[in-house]
Every structure is written in C-alpha cells, then in structure tokens.
Design a protein. Structure first.
Length: 261
C-alpha cells in the first residue's frame, strides 16, 4: 500500500471515530415569555426554572441542548416536522396530545385557576363568569377547556385568545378582559410581581378536570423517540438528588414536584 493511501485510510478512520463520539445535539422547543419557567433577561439570555433544570438534565444525558423559542401553538407542529426534538414549555400531559406525541413521566404539577380583580365575584363556578370576558393563551388546554366545557352559546362566557400570556395580563390590567385562566404557577409569578399591587389575585379554587388539564406537565418528544427514556432517567435523577427542589425553592414557596411513586 502506498504511503499516501495509508495516510488517507488512517485519516478516514480517525474522522469516523470522532464522528462516532460526536456529542448528540437535541433541539429543544420552548417559550421566551412564560416566567418563571422560560423567559429572556435584560440581555436577551434565556432563563427560567425549566431552562435551569433542562441544562442539568442535558449534561446527565450527555447531549448538547440548543433552545429554539416560538409560540406555544407552534411547538407540537414543529416537533412533528422534525424542526425540534423536544418540547419544554409546561405542556400538560393530556389524552388529546398523547395521540400525536410521546410524553416523559410527570415533570411538574400545574394546577389551573382564574385570576381576576379582588371583589369581582368571579370564582371557579362558571355561573360567576356569565357575561364576562376570559383571556387565555392560544393552543393551551385552558383554551380547549373553555371551548369544550364552557362554549359561549351555553355559558355566556366570551373567550379572548392571545399568542402570549403577557398580552393577556396587560389586557386584564387595562380592564379589556375580566379574568385570565392559566396555570396557578405562572400566574403566581405575575400576581406577585405585578398584579397584587393593583388588586388582582387568584379567583376561586383550582379547577379539578383531569380529562382537560391532565395530571401535570411533561416533556414532549416524537412518537417512538428513544429520547423519552433518556429524559425519564434524567427527571428521576433531579427529583431524587435535590436538584429539582433547589430550583423550585427559588421561585415558589410551595412544591410543584410530582409525587414519588
């Protein structure tokens, strides 16, 4: 064998070896306006409880995670189109969504509540919302709940849909909607940073409807993707070693960890 040929074979083998050990890149679809879970700071850097935890899990899985931000209702279509590999966006695990994607085990608990002006008389009872306008984020199970369980022709509740929950909060402050339906967790962040000083707070109890809201949130991946098993192992690890609890304590005075089984 000629020397040049031998060198080429050696070089090719080295390249193949490096490629075999190349770090897997996982594109994670997420949000940029869902504090305290996902948001951009003043410098434009993506921050939040879920981002912090996912960074830890990516190291455990020995993969390189790249974040892709988009609107909530674009996440599952992007996953199915292979533009992203996972969805990390406080996505509730529901039977409807399980028809098109696979979910990891429970990642967080996410109760659902209305937020309204104190003294408005609004509670979880639909009768208190008759003739009122309720804001929700597009593509969420909150939107599905109102359309399915409380359509306007039966409930008298008018639905207003927003691409961003931030827009819904602004309209609530301005009086353009009477209430916003959202996860108790993300509402807690807005109430304590902005809403409480203007008289806004939770209205009524959390809504108990597992069929619509699921048992909690998970990380979505494509059907049959082995990434699900890697994430499940990583979720188990951060729940058991205190990583989840530490991140939780930074933003909530209550635990949103799923119950251990």
């Amino acid at each position: 064998m000629k020397l040049k040929t031998l060198s080429a074979v050696v070089a090719g083998s080295l390249m193949l070896g490096l490629a075999a050990h190349a770090e897997q890149v996982v594109k994670v679809g997420t949000l940029s306006d869902y504090a305290p879970f996902e948001f951009k700071d003043a410098t434009g850097k993506l921050q939040g409880m879920e981002i912090e935890l996912n960074d830890v899990m990516c190291k455990q899985m020995k993969v390189k995670c790249e974040y892709v931000t988009m609107d909530f209702d674009a996440l599952i279509p992007a996953l199915k189109a292979k533009k992203i590999d996972a969805v990390l966006a406080q996505m509730s695990i529901t039977d409807e969504r399980k028809k098109v994607v696979d979910f990891t085990n429970l990642f967080t608990l996410a109760p659902v509540q209305y937020v309204a002006k104190k003294g408005s008389g609004i509670t979880e009872n639909p009768a208190t919302l008759k003739g009122k306008i309720v804001g929700v984020q597009s593509g969420t199970n909150h939107e599905s709940y109102l359309k399915t369980r409380l359509p306007k022709d039966k409930s008298g509740i008018e639905l207003k849909i927003y691409q961003s929950l931030d827009q819904a909060w602004l309209d609530l402050e301005a009086g353009r909607v009477n209430a916003v339906l959202a996860d108790t967790t993300v509402s807690y962040d807005w109430i304590n940073k902005t809403g409480k000083k203007d008289g806004f707070n939770y209205a009524g109890k959390a809504i108990n409807d597992v069929a619509m809201f699921g048992e909690g949130t998970g990380i979505a991946v494509r059907k049959g993707d082995a990434l699900k098993d890697k994430y499940n192992a990583a979720i188990k690890q951060i729940l058991s070693d205190g990583t989840f609890a530490k991140a939780n304590k930074k933003v909530f005075p209550f635990s949103i960890a799923p119950a251990s089984k």
